[in-house]
Design a protein around this ligand. Structure first.
Ligand SMILES: Nc1ncnc2c1ncn2[C@@H]1O[C@H](COP(=O)(O)OP(=O)(O)OP(=O)(O)O)[C@@H](O)[C@H]1O
Ligand SMILES: [Zn+2]
Length: 668
């Protein structure tokens, strides 16, 4: 028996590929893209075969044999490997660290029991063939134009579907999908949504519309068994529509013919740990690689995408009106909290508006992007406040759970009976979170059916879905929630939106804060009046004259985006600048800063600007101090060339500091 050499990418921070020997007859070597089980260090690991060779630099006595090749699984397509290679190069991570976590855990196990079971199950799964699809609503002219432009697009075509909230973007996606699926019997379509909670409604729509088509979903709340099955359905080409959250961008889709990114502006498309990729950006790359259309839909596009549309790189499609007959955008009003002093967080104007909705049997939504009861507990006698002992943050009061919780390191304490420093028993909550608003509402509106939806109320699997179903059924009068309720949902009976405390974001140091706040307000306002009932949005503020609120009142995304872009241009910020952020963590801040200073001086460059290291705004989390160093350039290739050189030097630096590099950071 002769043998060949398999070059394998493994999920490890070591930036190299690994050679293994594999006994086989000539002509029956494994293929690139297959998975292999090998001994790696002291463990067994499954890796991706990226080359099959006959020679290696590894000395014969060091060369190990691969243990098995997963012959039952068809190879990952070359184009999928190219996508992983691109992501690895662009984000400066080892290929294995990008490729392997993109695969379901069950194909990465030492045994093949789970894989074999899933393959069998998939083979038995009948092809869906219900002949009666739900009726397609007749599109309005703007929708029809958009759907035809998308469905008929040839080659790589990035299309920005800019449509006001409730303009029926979903319907446009679905009808464009229908065109693509009909034209090509093998075509696969990938649809991404920013939040898992948005999948059920869309999934139901897709199933009703395409009963003859296999749909696979990919998101983080699937069990490993489900994920394996759905991933295989996509990988084998059987699933023709794949609906998922950001992680689905790395799905293997051999016949991918179109990509849809719904709510493309949403920050959730950015992974915030490990491989910090942007699913939206990777999607655009993938569409270009495959020469297919990609639709980026939003009522409030990201400035990046808007800029591309302005400069002609993306084609803009517009839906200026709401889709449902007689539905118009809600009237937005500001309520001056200096004049109309709030009680339990609610101004009298907002209370009256709530009462009116109750009388009419319509629903109201109160939006407050702060969960818990109160952001801090304090002692008025001595000034003690509930600081987290491990973070530069307050411990948040969670009254129903009787806990103080740090939202950053998850430290939990029982609520102290008395002040830990002076013994005063009269500790006061300061500020207001969703739990406290809920409590206040119950006192003010004892007859109302009130429901709170936030990360705390929806911890149990399935509970978020139950909560949203309750709202859709009409069994809720007042809904209170965080950003979880603000986007995407099509609430039919909702006619009032109250925004409780948006001012803090006006004065944030983060240059993206105003873009985000504007998008958030437009999105949450967009939940009202979707079915044609007259509707209104009340924003409680102390800064009613702020131009951002003016733009929200006029529903004027165009002009606001234009002025933000102008500001960014003046200040040399993205999208006119390309950035990367080096972060360092150490028990002492000085150690982190020292590392970053050494990094700053390591590779001189005249094409990129290397800024000074600074502590992160929230410096300490879970007993480690964090600092960062921003690198920027007005040329993406120049920045990338610098990073390629820099990362090798950083890897070689001897330091106890934990560090990570992020390309195109969202939070600085
Ligand atoms: N052509 C049409 N005729 C009648 N109703 C329509 C039509 N198109 C869409 N709708 C309805 O309009 C409502 C809003 O549509 P959809 O949820 O797709 O809006 P959207 O553009 O995605 O909004 P958002 O940006 O707020 O998520 C839905 O109830 C949908 O069924
Ligand atoms: Zn903490």
């Amino acid at each position: 028996m002769s043998h060949c050499i398999l070059q394998i990418a493994l999920d490890t921070p070591l930036d190299s590929l690994f050679d293994y020997r594999w006994a086989c007859e000539p002509g029956s070597e494994p293929e690139v893209g297959q998975l292999a089980l090998v001994n790696f260090g002291r463990r067994e690991a499954v890796g991706l075969i990226v080359a099959v060779k006959h020679e290696t630099d590894v000395p014969a006595d060091k060369l190990k044999d691969a243990l098995a090749v997963r012959g039952q699984l068809s190879p990952l397509p070359a184009r999928w490997i190219a996508l992983a290679r691109f992501a690895a190069a662009y984000y400066h991570r080892p290929l294995g660290e990008v490729a392997m976590p993109g695969l379901p855990k069950n194909v990465r196990l030492s045994t093949t029991v789970a894989l074999d079971r899933a393959l069998k199950k998939l083979a038995k799964l009948p092809d869906a063939h219900d002949p009666t699809p739900a009726d397609m609503p007749v599109l309005n002219a703007a929708q029809q134009q958009a759907a035809d432009a998308i469905g008929g697009a040839q080659g790589f075509s990035p299309l920005l579907l800019y449509g006001v909230t409730g303009s029926g973007k979903t319907e446009v996606y679905l009808q464009a999908c229908a065109q693509v699926l009909q034209r090509d019997a093998d075509a696969q379509i990938l649809i991404l949504v920013p939040e898992i909670n948005l999948t059920p409604q869309l999934e139901a729509n897709i199933r009703a519309r395409f009963p003859g088509v296999m749909l696979a979903t990919l998101h983080s709340s699937l069990s490993e068994g489900e994920r394996m099955l759905h991933w295989l359905a996509a990988h084998t080409g059987r699933a023709r529509i794949v609906l998922g959250t950001r992680l689905a961008i790395l799905a293997s889709l051999p016949n991918l013919k179109m990509i849809v990114i719904d709510e493309e502006h949403d920050p959730s498309y950015k992974q915030q740990e490990g491989l910090r990729y942007s699913a939206r950006d990777l999607a655009v790359w993938r569409a270009r690689q495959l020469g297919i259309p990609i639709v980026l839909g939003s009522a409030t596009p990201s400035l990046e995408s808007w800029h591309h549309a302005q400069t002609g790189r993306y084609r803009r499609l517009e839906l200026r009106e709401r889709a449902v007959r007689d539905a118009v955008l809600p009237r937005v009003k500001l309520v001056d909290m200096e004049r109309d002093k709030p009680k339990e967080g609610l101004t009298s104007t907002l209370m009256q508006a709530l009462r009116l909705r109750m009388e009419r049997g319509e629903q109201s939504l109160l939006f407050l992007n702060r969960r818990g009861y109160a952001p801090v507990l304090c002692c008025e006698a001595c000034g003690w406040i509930s600081n987290c002992t491990r973070c530069t943050a307050f411990m948040v009061l969670h009254r129903p759970e009787r806990r103080l919780r740090c939202h950053h390191c998850s430290l939990e304490l029982r609520i102290p009976h008395a002040c830990p420093t002076c013994g005063n028993i009269d500790l006061q909550p300061l500020g207001r979170g969703t739990q406290r608003v809920e409590e206040g509402l119950q006192a003010l509106f004892p007859d109302a059916r009130i429901l709170r939806i936030d990360a705390d109320s929806t911890r149990r699997k399935g509970s978020a879905q139950e909560a949203f179903d309750t709202v859709h059924r009409g069994d809720v009068d007042i809904l209170i929630g965080t950003q979880m309720v603000a986007k995407g949902h099509d609430f039919k009976r909702l006619t009032l939106v109250g925004v409780l405390n948006p001012d803090t974001a006006l004065f944030s140091q983060d240059y993206r804060a105003s873009e985000r706040l504007f998008a958030q307000l437009m999105q949450v306002a967009g939940r009202a009046g979707r079915a044609g009932l007259e509707s209104e949005v009340l924003i409680q503020s102390r800064y009613c004259q702020h131009p951002l609120y003016g733009a929200v009142m006029r529903h004027d995304y165009d002009r606001f985006a234009g002025s933000l872009l102008e500001e960014r241009h003046q200040a040399a910020l993205p999208p006119y600048m390309y950035q990367a952020l080096l972060r360092a963590e150490a028990p002492e801040l000085a150690t982190a800063i020292e590392f970053l200073e050494a990094a700053r001086d390591a590779v001189p460059s005249d094409t990129v600007v290397i800024n000074e290291p600074i502590p992160m705004t929230m410096t300490r989390v879970h007993n480690v101090d964090r600092a960062q160093l921003l690198v920027e350039s007005n040329s993406r290739p120049a920045l990338q060339a610098f990073l390629t050189e820099w990362i090798d030097v950083l890897r070689a630096m001897k330091s106890r500091v934990r560090w990570s590099l992020e390309v195109d950071p969202l939070d600085i």
